[in-house]
Design a protein around this ligand. Structure first.
Ligand code: MF3
Ligand code: CO
Length: 276
């Protein structure tokens, strides 16, 4: 998936500002998704909504035609880990759906993802979502100058695999981000502390834990894209775009707006079901 050429590109402050705009546009798009998600919605409807929203904001959906990918978003439901095709199947109560979206705005890429719960979650589903999101932030905490890629990787693996016995997908990794969707370096969600390349200021990374409820093993469907867990158990995917800084990484994408819409949507559907 990556096109490693061994060269790591660092961004100027002005470029980081442009990349933040691209990342936030993805966050705003995912916020539109959060507002309307409910049982009955299809992921194909979300694909259209996202593409229209992005084009209305003078940006280009970047996944469409990337290595032949045939849609605007990746919509990965339940046992689908990543790269699920949007389809006409209605989402139902108890589904877990990761929406991954990429845009090009003024020549710069934004690429991030959020996992949504449709209706009520079981205890074990909620925990998988919570731990995966927490692991992303634990990885981001390590994305500071003079740490190494392996410090990010280990922090994610420690929280998910070592502490919570989840499966960390090995075949897919996070990546550098810039004028290309996939730049160096790769950012695995497993690895050794102190290994890999040293982090320098203004390296922009997409960090994206893909964490399985059960075993780590995955396979790809005949469509050449859809990655699923071998054991058929659920998988969760969160992705942030971040910029390496001296004391604390700058998170370019914005989960706060997505989470607010998610809460409001949940309260709305909860109050709608109260019978007076
Ligand atoms: N976030 C995913 C990745 O970095 C999205 C890629 S989907 C593709 O691999 F269609 F663009 F390949
Ligand atoms: Co990515």
């Amino acid at each position: 998936m990556r096109r490693p050429n061994g060269m790591i590109l660092y961004k100027t402050e002005a470029e980081v500002a442009l990349m933040k705009a691209a990342a936030v546009l993805v966050s705003q798009t995912l916020t539109e998704v959060a507002k309307i998600l409910k049982p009955g919605i299809t992921t194909m409807q979300l694909d259209k909504l996202c593409a229209d929203f992005v084009r209305d904001h003078k940006a280009i959906p970047s996944f469409l035609n990337y290595n032949g990918y045939p849609h605007n978003i990746c919509a990965s439901v339940n046992d689908v880990v990543v790269h699920g095709f949007p389809n006409d199947i209605a989402l139902k109560d108890g589904d877990i759906v990761s929406i991954d979206m990429g845009v090009i705005l003024n020549g710069w890429h934004g690429d991030h993802a959020y996992t949504f719960a449709i209706g009520e979650m079981s205890e074990e589903q909620s925990k998988l979502i919570r731990i995966t999101k927490e692991s992303l932030y634990k990885g981001i905490e390590k994305a500071i100058v003079n740490n190494r890629i392996g410090d990010i990787s280990y922090a994610i693996q420690e929280h998910t695999e070592f502490k919570n016995k989840y499966g960390v997908v090995r075949e897919l990794v996070g990546h550098g981000l810039g004028k290309e969707l996939h730049e160096d370096p790769q950012v695995p969600n497993y690895g050794k502390r102190g290994s890999g390349s040293k982090l320098k200021e203004n390296l922009v990374l997409a960090i994206e834990p893909m964490i399985n409820m059960g075993l780590k093993d995955v396979y790809t469907d005949d469509d050449g894209w859809t990655v699923r867990t071998k054991d058929g158990k659920a998988s969760v995917h969160f992705e942030h775009d971040i910029c390496v800084k001296r004391d604390k990484a700058l998170i370019l994408s914005d989960y706060a707006i997505i989470e607010k819409a998610e809460r409001e949507n949940k309260n709305l559907s909860a109050s709608a079901s109260i019978v007076y």
